[in-house]
Design a protein around this ligand. Sequence first.
Ligand SMILES: Cc1cc2nc3c(=O)[nH]c(=O)nc-3n(C[C@H](O)[C@H](O)[C@H](O)COP(=O)(O)OP(=O)(O)OC[C@H]3O[C@@H](n4cnc5c(N)ncnc54)[C@H](O)[C@@H]3O)c2cc1C
Length: 508
Amino acid sequence: MLHSKDVTALKEKLRGTVIERGDAVYDEARALYNGMIDKHPRLIARCADVADVVTAVRFGAENDLLTAIRGGGHSGPGLGSCDDGLVIDLSALRSVRVDPSARTVRVGPGCTQGDVDHAAHAFGLAVPAGIVSTTGVAGLTLGGGHGYLSRKYGLTIDNLLEADVVLADGSFVTASQRKHEDLLWALRGGGGNFGVVTSFLFRAHPVSTVLAGPMFWATEDAAEVMRWYRDWLPNAPEEVSAFFGMKTVPPVPLFPEEIHNRHIGALIWCCSGPIEEAERVVAAARRELPKPIFDHVGPMPFPTLQSLFDPLLPKGLQWYWKGDFVRELTDEAIDIHLEHGGNPPTGLSLMHLYPIDGAVRRVASDATAWSFRDVTWSMVIAGIDPDPSNAGAVTTWARSYWEALRPHTAGGGYVNFMMEEGQGRVQATYGPNYDRLVEVKSKYDPMNLFRVNQNILPEVVDGRRTAAGVSKARATRKAARKGASAIDMPSPDLSDETAGDQAPGQPG
Ligand SMILES: Cc1cc2nc3c(=O)[nH]c(=O)nc-3n(C[C@H](O)[C@H](O)[C@H](O)COP(=O)(O)OP(=O)(O)OC[C@H]3O[C@@H](n4cnc5c(N)ncnc54)[C@H](O)[C@@H]3O)c2cc1C
């Protein structure tokens, strides 16, 4: 039970602000990017510095509060907030420091993609990350992070060199290749499970003007474009990236009126190498592909590309998304895309296939928490609309599209493209890396304080072993028996073992 004197004490300790129900800014402060999610936290601790984060984490743990961590607030299922608990809001921590000689960028946990693109571009640099500038860098990075530069420079986590972290007990560590390597390994894809990251250090790359932009085809040509794209991608230079989308042309002045509201297949290009070389590759593609109904590929500053779609996707829209990894784009799968993707329920609903190849594949699947390194695409199906009365329609569409594709997908999905889909999906996504993630979780957050996320359960929750804890205890027992076959060894006590894998308070 939280008393008002405890809240007053928290307010006195923080340099930032504590926002409660009834405060004038409460509704604005709790609002998430996804308008479909409406959570009412008990307290929002808007931290001003790392000391505030330490205080807030300790407060959450000591008062047994459900504790959420908020970076940019863009999570589809709204995992940057919680009902009735404490939100550790990092949105005020937006500093970016570029070191041009070391080619590194230090990023605060409240930064958006646009903050980082803006700061790095001044030095002719970019950090590989996502494709919409309003997205939070923290949550994107901790889930993996893919975008236009992934083929050439890898996932965002492949460029994460170091992270400052406030752990569940309020202690502070820096995770790097030299210290707490296990924590850095887990942060590279394992989400917000291990602590509050208060600073990220990234490697940056020389990217400035890119040859980029969208090409659209009428749905009659979409199947041919998809087949071309499937065959072209494996041999395309890594500096050249394009993702495929099934979309609808928005009725905005950027596009000619005669194509407004048409369902389309689209390629969105980004060529980060020398422009002449890129122009040759794109010109060859134009010769091979059917004639597009819209072609707007040209040179532009990288941050311009990154913010191209921002105006179409303001905060507060209804979103329901589902993701999966895709190894092969079969003809059967293409038919399914045409059937569902060609008939979206609303103008903003979409399907995107983002390339996961090139530099991403050169990292071993056990080198970071992100295990699906051998796929070709990360797919997202997103039902989107401004009108809350269409929430059901966009949800049903995304689910049935995703279900229809299941026989053609790789089994797990990108954690940052999941709603709350349960432990089975989380485990499938981490695959063989899941057991190690459980070990790291058990070491750094044994009480599962940080569980408002795609949760990796520690070995023991509330004194009872989780499924992973049971199988580890069994393995330990087996190894002990083997090692001491002649000696009568006592076995680990499994009397309270349970196959139940849902932590209390864990989003279900
Ligand atoms: C319009 C749009 C475009 C997108 N495009 C891309 C894309 O191109 N590539 C891509 O990879 N993803 C993309 N995403 C998905 C994106 O990666 C996720 O939505 C991600 O969760 C956003 O991070 P956030 O900080 O804004 O989220 P939040 O909602 O703030 O947090 C998400 C999760 O991360 C945890 N978290 C946040 N900050 C911290 C921290 N400092 N320490 C510990 N845990 C933390 C939270 O607890 C929560 O579990 C996109 C999303 C949207 C809405």
